[in-house]
Design a protein around this ligand. Structure first.
Ligand code: UDX
Length: 447
């Protein structure tokens, strides 16, 4: 994208939440807006600090988060989110106040661009009289849930007027999966996110209009802030790693030796964990599925254990060259490799977008949060994937065969390739994403 020097006077202050599935899209968005001429400061908690050397063009500022070690080691996600929202408000306010004091008149702070899960940033923006832009890195449909979730404890099912049966079902399932972890703190958190979205000056969603048309229309009815849909962010930027773990690029040379569309890629993202039995069932399914596989066994995938030591001693010998295991993969590169014919995924939103952008059909096994809803999009709305019923070796083996070999899977692959072509159109000149990005730039310049 072309740089417009005269716009360099506007500085955008990004506020990150320190989780991989959020850091990636936020850094991608910052890169997109930098290319449009804005200066970028990235403020982030100390926990899970992003690698600033990948982005020498940005200024990175860590702020104190005071996260209790016990919360971090227990992987208490919602505890961490609540603590960040409480502990970072003071440090963020002070940090931006310092920036304002030292401000160069030719490089003024134009607004605060924050991850919706760092909702306290909107109060900081209001306090400092700066506009706040809220970024939703998950599908737009999840915003509908936030709009009604505060009432969830008062009623068994939730309803939104005038939505299709399918969207209504998706939202009920999302509510059910959220309800499993509903505490007073969670209800407060959801209400606070919804509140910040109501107060923000603009909303950016990492999605594509045609993928989520119904949900987006509803979002615009419920929230007054103008919504800009400029996704998939990763398609608008060069592949720069935002990974917190080191990517093992050996798997690319292994992929290059495999037959086209033969490999099943297996990864459950950066947070989901499985137990030892599920790990062994997965190993059994992959060993017996007769397809080459690339499996990401992340440290912590089985909480508190060294996962690789849990695998049967002869596992790698028994699968030989047919299996490649890595701790962390360069996922976008993997999905773009011609050898990859299917993606067994937990259906995190980034993985889902990355898969459809490469025309790779999916085997879906969601764990929590938005992942079940994302699976519904994949399997029931876009018809480019199928659901894995359970972590059981035989079920896994059969599901991989259905996806990779059977006629059913071949049909899905054709649909996935068609969807990939459709997703590319909005990014082109005059397309919905292209126009939305230009409108967003105009909006920011109007602040
Ligand atoms: C979390 C939530 O779990 C998810 O549901 C939500 O939509 C976003 O935040 P995460 O579980 O990490 O994210 O999944 P996902 O959204 O798929 O993001 C993972 C990111 O890590 C992707 O950008 C993916 O490309 C990257 N990744 C994953 C790698 O680079 N290498 C890997 O080996 C695995």
């Amino acid at each position: 994208m072309e740089k417009q020097e005269q716009q360099k006077v506007s500085r955008l202050v990004f506020v990150l939440i320190p989780f991989q599935g959020h850091i990636n899209p936020m850094l991608q968005l910052a890169t997109i807006l930098y290319a449009k001429g804005f200066s970028i400061t990235i403020i982030h908690p100390q926990f899970n600090s992003p690698n600033s050397s990948n982005h020498p063009e940005f200024t990175f500022i860590p702020i104190s988060d005071n996260l209790p070690k016990s919360q971090v080691s227990a992987g208490d996600l919602f505890g961490i989110v609540s603590a960040l929202n409480k502990n970072c408000e003071g440090p963020l306010t002070e940090c931006i106040q310092e920036m304002l004091k030292a401000e160069d008149p030719h490089d003024r702070i134009s607004c605060i661009v924050y991850d919706s899960t760092m909702y306290f940033s909107q109060s900081v923006a209001d306090h400092l009289k700066l506009p706040g832009i809220c970024v939703r890195t998950s599908p737009a449909a999840t915003m509908l849930a936030f709009a009604v979730f505060p009432r969830l404890h008062e009623q068994e099912s939730m309803s939104l007027d005038r939505v299709s049966d399918l969207l209504s079902l998706m939202l009920k399932e999302l509510a059910a999966s959220m309800k499993k972890i509903t505490t007073d703190g969670m209800l407060e958190l959801r209400a606070a996110v919804a509140d910040s979205v109501k107060k923000c000056s603009a909303l950016i969603v990492n999605t594509v209009d045609f993928l989520e048309q119904e949900a987006l229309t509803k979002v615009q009815e419920l929230f007054s802030a103008s919504a800009f849909t400029i996704g998939p962010f990763h398609k608008l930027v060069p592949t720069i790693s935002g990974s917190l773990l080191k990517e093992d690029t050996n798997c690319i040379s292994w992929l290059n030796k495999q037959a086209p569309k033969s490999v099943i890629y297996v990864s459950f993202g950066s947070i989901a964990s499985i137990d030892e039995k599920e790990l062994l069932e997965t190993a059994w399914g992959l060993a017996n599925c007769e397809q080459p596989f690339l499996w990401v066994v992340r440290p912590g995938l089985v909480r508190g254990s060294n996962c690789l030591e849990l695998l049967p001693i002869n596992f790698q010998d028994s699968v030989g060259e047919r299996g490649c295991i890595v701790e962390w993969a360069p996922q976008k590169e993997v999905l773009a490799n011609d050898a990859v014919g299917g993606f067994w995924s937990h259906c995190g939103w980034n993985s889902t977008l990355e898969s459809i952008c490469e025309g790779v059909p999916m085997l879906c096994k969601p764990f929590f949060g938005d992942q079940n809803l994302n699976m519904r999009y994949v399997c029931d709305v876009w018809n480019v994937g199928l659901e894995l019923e359970e972590f059981e070796g035989g079920t896994i083996k059969n599901a991989i065969k259905r996806l990779m070999v059977d006629t059913e899977g071949k049909e899905m692959r054709k649909k996935a390739i068609h969807l990939k072509e459709k997703v590319e159109l909005p990014l082109k000149e005059g397309g919905s994403c292209y126009n939305s990005l230009n409108d967003l730039v105009k909006k920011i310049l109007s602040f």
